[in-house]
Design a binder for this molecule. Structure first.
Ligand SMILES: NC(=O)c1ccc[n+]([C@@H]2O[C@H](COP(=O)([O-])OP(=O)(O)OC[C@H]3O[C@@H](n4cnc5c(N)ncnc54)[C@H](OP(=O)(O)O)[C@@H]3O)[C@@H](O)[C@H]2O)c1
Length: 296
């Protein structure tokens, strides 16, 4: 099976590409600019530069590879960046998804779109797949608009929504867990919000779930996240405990402490029963995810 991935240089891409290669698929990883994945030792690994906002480039790459499956993981994924640069966010997250779909249709590829809990307003989480999106920021808006384009795709397709993905960060990048480690090891105070609920997702679980959806050509919308419902403050405390660091330096604050350009939905955890029942999805606990994140 030939699988093309967009945004392969990103956080998810770094974990998803090896999972698919290990399963023996013919994988074409694509990304903006040069390859930043460290997989050169894998004989079957292939990378092609493809800016997916460039329709001609997308046509050349997809016509050459004729993918059975396209996993569209690339995005402008930072909510604040989307809020302050709305034109680019709409182009990258929505318009380009539309052109990718048109190119995918030429090959009748199974199209998997990676989406987000931020399509919901966070007023009545936890959310099931059939709940109605109502984004509260522009990132969520562009992803929701893209989902609607995916729904119009005339061939099999899946929308995979996920929540606050964590794991060992890429070089030069950070996430809430790496920041906790860095700040507390330096003896600094770290303010963390305690009035938002999430079901944080271990990146390896998300990669495996996407691989299952590709293998089964499992159509429809899928909520893929962890099973523990936590606030970011609780996540930070668990990480501090696990690393034997002083959690009294974690300051419990409310979201209105920060003046971020993009509003965050308050409660967005996912109900993952459908994926557990129909895919055999079995995510790790947050405790286990911490071990996997910090094991090196
Ligand atoms: N991480 C989370 O907590 C989370 C939560 C919910 C949903 N998601 C969704 O999951 C997916 C993967 O997220 P992620 O964490 O892996 O994000 P990420 O690390 O920001 O990766 C996104 C990738 O897309 C690439 N990209 C952006 N514009 C592109 C273009 N025009 N052409 C080609 N590549 C382009 C970026 O390239 P550069 O690296 O060169 O900038 C980046 O490598 C996204 O769809 C995101 O919306 C993520």
């Amino acid at each position: 099976m030939r699988i093309l991935i967009t945004g392969a240089n990103g956080f998810l891409g770094h974990y998803l590409v090896p999972v698919l290669l290990d399963k023996g698929y013919d994988v074409l990883a694509t990304g903006k600019g040069a390859c930043r994945l460290q997989l050169v030792s894998q004989a079957t690994f292939r990378y092609t530069e493809m800016d997916f906002t460039d329709r001609t480039a997308v046509a050349v790459v997809t016509d050459g590879f004729k993918p059975d499956v396209i996993i569209h993981a690339g995005a402008m994924s930072k909510p604040d960046e989307c809020e302050t640069n709305q034109e680019a966010a709409l182009l990258i997250n929505t318009t380009a998804t539309g052109s990718l779909l048109q190119e995918a249709a030429k090959h009748r590829s199974f199209f998997i779109f990676i989406s987000t809990d931020f399509v919901f307003d966070g007023n009545s989480g936890m959310y099931r797949e059939e709940d109605i999106p109502a984004p509260v920021n522009y990132y969520g808006e562009t992803k929701w608009l893209a989902e609607k384009k995916v729904e119009q795709y005339p061939f099999p397709r899946a929308i995979v929504r996920t929540v606050l993905v964590y794991g060992q960060p890429l070089a030069g990048r950070s996430n809430i867990l790496s920041i906790v480690k860095e700040k507390l090891e330096a003896g600094e105070i770290y303010k963390v919000v305690d009035d938002q609920l999430r079901t944080p997702t271990f990146v390896g679980d998300l990669a495996n779930a996407i691989a299952m959806i590709a293998a089964k050509k499992a159509t429809g919308t899928w909520h893929i996240s962890g099973k523990d419902v936590m606030t970011p403050y609780e996540m930070a405390c668990s990480a501090a405990d696990y690393l034997h660091l002083d959690k009294t330096r974690l300051l419990r604050v409310t979201a209105d402490t920060f003046s971020q350009p993009a509003r965050r939905p308050a409660r967005t955890g996912f109900i993952i029963d459908k994926a557990v029942r129909e895919l055999g999805y079995n995510p790790v606990s947050f405790e286990e995810g911490l071990k996997k994140t910090f094991r090196n």
